[in-house]
Design a protein around this ligand. Structure first.
Ligand SMILES: *Cc1c(COP(=O)(O)O)cnc(C)c1O
Length: 221
């Protein structure tokens, strides 16, 4: 089933868009099936679950953390993590930098922007994000590399609204590239789009989609 799902999905996703297989709450066997079908990027949202899976699964898997990260758990990710998607405060970025310094490892991060109408979703507002980037404090952080932005659209059937939220994030992404030309080469990841809205996200300029249930089926929480 997983192999079949991936085959269909791969047809729908342009080659230049990267696919993060969101494997949270799914078994190592399920991940291995996707891995054997050619997938190398997996996303998890719980630190303990991620660490346990990482220890057992093939070492060439690129692991992404997509959840809400608590500062006291950062240290468990630092040795192996490839990308942290949901950095939602300056404080968290600073803490990641401090922990990463201990391992002399530069950690790729995405800043999460709050684009949805629900206030349950984390992230910088556009205003906070621009203030933070203009403050320049991030430039002295040697062990984090801000690679781009991440956003989650409102959970709604209103396509127009979802599209508007994604296109707003894309505009912000381009604006930041223009305003920080020295950083724009590394600033090239726009993580948006999940199982139900990835097509809209890609049409609006996503470079990385995070897809779980469309690959692995429903999650049993
Ligand atoms: C769970 C999760 C996903 C995947 O959701 P699906 O609807 O199953 O594709 C993507 N992004 C984040 C941040 C998630 O927590």
């Amino acid at each position: 089933m997983i192999t079949q799902n991936l085959k269909q999905l791969r047809h729908a996703i342009p080659e230049q868009v990267r696919l993060v297989c969101v494997s949270k709450f799914h078994s190592e066997e399920a991940i291995l099936e996707a891995y054997n079908a050619g997938e190398k990027i997996f996303g998890e949202s719980k630190v303990q679950e991620l660490v346990a899976k990482q220890e057992k699964l093939p070492k060439d898997i690129e692991w992404h953390f997509i959840g809400h990260l608590q500062t006291n758990k950062i240290k468990f990710l630092i040795p192996f993590i490839n990308l942290i998607h949901g950095v939602d405060t300056p404080k968290l970025l600073l803490e990641i930098n401090n922990q990463a310094a201990k391992h002399q490892r530069v950690i790729d991060c995405l800043l999460q922007v709050h684009i949805a109408s629900e206030d349950t979703k984390f992230g910088f507002s556009e205003h906070e994000l621009l203030d933070f980037l203009r403050s320049d404090t991030w430039k002295s952080l040697q062990f984090v590399n801000i690679r781009g932005l991440m956003g989650m659209a409102t959970f709604t059937n209103d396509e127009l609204q979802v599209r508007k939220e994604f296109s707003g994030l894309k505009i912000l992404f381009e604006k930041i590239k223009t305003e920080f030309p020295n950083h724009s080469q590394q600033f090239n990841v726009l993580s948006m789009g999940m199982s139900d809205d990835y097509k809209l996200a890609i049409e609006e300029g996503s470079t990385m989609v995070r897809i779980g249930s469309r690959i692995f089926g429903n999650r049993n929480y």
